[in-house]
Design a protein around this ligand. Sequence first.
Ligand SMILES: Cc1cc2nc3c(=O)[nH]c(=O)nc-3n(C[C@H](O)[C@H](O)[C@H](O)COP(=O)(O)OP(=O)(O)OC[C@H]3O[C@@H](n4cnc5c(N)ncnc54)[C@H](O)[C@@H]3O)c2cc1C
Length: 488
Amino acid sequence: MKKISIIGSGFSGLSSAAFLAKEGFDVTILEKNESVGGRARLFKEKGYSFDMGPSWYWMPEIFEKFFNEFDVKISDLYDLKQLDPGFKIIFKDKEINLPSSWKETCNLFEKHEKNGAKKLDKFMQDAQVKYSIGLEFLYNSPGLSFGELFNTKIIKNLNKLQLLTSYRNHIKKYFSNPYLINILEFPVLFLGTSAKHTPALYSLMAYSGIKQGTFYPIGGFNKVIKSMEKVCLDLGVTILTNTEVKKINVKKSKAVSVSTNKNEILSDFIVASADYAHVEKKLLEKKHRNYSKEYWQSKSFSPSSLLFYLGINKKLNNLDHHTLFFDEEIEKHSNEIYETPKWPSKPLFYTCCPSKTDPNVAPKGKENLFILIPIAAGLKDSDLIREKYFKIIMKRLEGYCNVDIKKHIEYKKSYCINDFIEDYNAFKGNAYGLANTLMQTANLKPKIINKKVKNIYYTGQLTVPGPGVPPSIISGQLVAEQIIKKNK
Ligand SMILES: Cc1cc2nc3c(=O)[nH]c(=O)nc-3n(C[C@H](O)[C@H](O)[C@H](O)COP(=O)(O)OP(=O)(O)OC[C@H]3O[C@@H](n4cnc5c(N)ncnc54)[C@H](O)[C@@H]3O)c2cc1C
């Protein structure tokens, strides 16, 4: 049986492990941290369960499709709840709840702009086309040749995909109300770039987040990781935690083993799902790398984040499950991430309070509060600066919730660039991989196969299809399919 070593146990690593084990390979996942899940790990403290990373469950059919491949139904694994409202946005002078009902969403748009409902319907019809072609493209495009772009469906619908139109301009063709524009622009923040620099194709994100709705797995996002881990274990995958890969050993242009902090593991194929730049720079000799140091420096990275995980011994008024604080100038913060990277002068931030929906994540009568401030990757991180931003955010939150929150904090942990580097070997401490700009889309992303050592493969948010949980799951599948094809 051919042996496969998978470096890293995030969504992409678990996904490729499951597909490869199903084909009969002898698969071992090597994970440096003490638990699986990568950026989607969970930790428990003082009766609270904190999801460390993802909290927005969008594109539900991608999760469904993954589990169905292994004859498992999501309903047997976790209880998926549609949130209502899907999310709330706080602007300077008003707040808007995004209802889960499509009819109410249309009414909301109508209230803010003449013919808003009709325009939204048209916008979403177009976005649905992009979504359906986009998904088919993602599953069929390992980014190996430009020929993939010429598949007949893509060619036939090229004008509908609007790869060369900016998403912001696309929205402005439909809407002029600034609140509606902000609502529709928000979903592409997940792509690690601003609406100005994102192709209109990505209105598919708005289709998923606003038309399909926002979901939540009861028990927390880590339920998805646990479910994928179970699929892997049932298929016979070996998962070794606290096992850090230190080197990929290559002989005569073929990878033969990996050296870990514990031993050497013989391997016929390597799947590197750890951050691509780390694998290349730290685990491979220079002559075996796909890309140079300068290549990585020249890439546009999606933001990192300053995060706070808080246990609050009191219920908080006004917050929803997902609340976006867009009560400062959006463009300014965006420029301080993408154009002239620096710590934001007046930060926007996001809070996730899953205890509003789920009694499992905080003790009774208390709140589990996750705060995320997007920042440029590569900034200088220190305890002092984290505290400075904590105070700024607390002041705004306390004002909004009308409570002295600080007095009620019984658990607090911060997480930022230095932790992303330490925990995940993340280049510049990035949180979500490479930005999805046009020049870093599809075939222009780092390649999934090593050009010099043909049995080394790369998967995860730094390669195709890109950042986010659904793309990482697809990425694992794409790499597995390449190995399966090669081994036939
Ligand atoms: C704060 C935050 C919020 C997010 N929110 C969302 C969201 O709401 N919705 C969404 O869809 N996406 C979200 N994302 C993005 C999403 O979490 C990621 O795109 C996805 O989890 C990446 O999976 P991955 O497998 O590519 O990488 P990772 O999860 O980083 O997995 C890579 C693994 O490799 C391990 N590793 C690294 N080096 C080595 C080594 N040398 N040896 C062994 N193991 C190693 C790491 O420890 C890690 O476990 C968020 C991310 C963050 C950080």
